[in-house]
Write a protein that binds this ligand. Structure first.
Ligand code: DX5
Ligand code: ZN
Length: 216
């Protein structure tokens, strides 16, 4: 058994065969399904939205880990929760002064609340909110695209968050995670790993997920 939550990012899946690709990771031992929602404003890319989350909910029992890379997330939280999100993570940079309200909105939907920080944002901004949220997401690439190189300096935020939270708190990393960078992050205190290209680019998905979970 492993206490590392692996959340494959479907951004690297084959969208023509999304059901097949989600079932593949489910059968291979994934814990969550990571869904990257991008609006073309907060990040320079557009991906998927509420109807797709609703459709995915029908074909998997895994919790849906919805990463909102969008401006004004407050406008869409209830809709994503109704569509089936089990965890909603918003970006600190998209909320700033409104973050307390946004967290309350997510919690009012009875789902887990996460807050993410981009590579240039210090983890210090999260401190006032850590007691109210379930998950902190440390981006280890600039959000927007899969397949980018892991930014090592971002991982140094992990222990600084870890020392402020208890063992139930989820510290997730996202971007450039593979069999090597995952070890760096988990040894620093991360307990949830998002991986897109490493998992979906693999010939042996079960083996790759086991590597992330430290099971050999
Ligand atoms: C990037 C997304 C990631 C992305 C990760 O903005 O948030 O979830 O899919 O992709 P890899 O694992 O390929 O870096
Ligand atoms: Zn993501």
């Amino acid at each position: 058994m492993s206490n590392i939550i692996v959340s494959p990012s479907i951004l690297s899946a084959d969208f023509v065969n999304l059901e097949r690709d989600i079932k593949r990771v489910e059968e291979a031992g994934a814990d969550w399904v990571h869904i990257d929602v991008m609006d073309g404003h907060f990040v320079p890319n557009i991906t998927i939205g509420i109807p797709v989350v609703k459709a995915i909910k029908r074909i998997t029992k895994l919790p849906l880990d919805v990463h909102l890379m969008i401006e004004n997330p407050d406008k869409y939280i209830v809709a994503f929760a109704k569509a089936g999100a089990d965890i909603i993570t918003v970006h600190y940079e998209a909320c700033k002064d409104d973050l307390k309200n946004v967290i309350e909105m997510i919690k009012a939907c009875n789902i887990k609340a996460g807050v993410s920080i981009k590579p240039k944002t210090s983890q210090e901004w999260l401190t006032p909110y850590l007691k109210d949220i379930d998950l902190a997401l440390v981006m280890t690439v600039e959000p927007g695209f899969g397949g980018q190189e892991f930014l090592h300096h971002c991982a140094m935020k992990i222990p600084k968050i870890k020392e402020q939270v208890d063992d139930n708190f989820i510290i997730q990393v996202d971007g450039g995670i593979n069999n090597i960078t995952s070890k760096i992050c988990t040894s620093l205190g991360a307990n949830s790993l998002v991986a897109g290209s490493y998992i979906y680019g693999s010939d042996d998905i079960k083996h790759s997920i086991n590597c992330l979970k430290n099971i050999s």
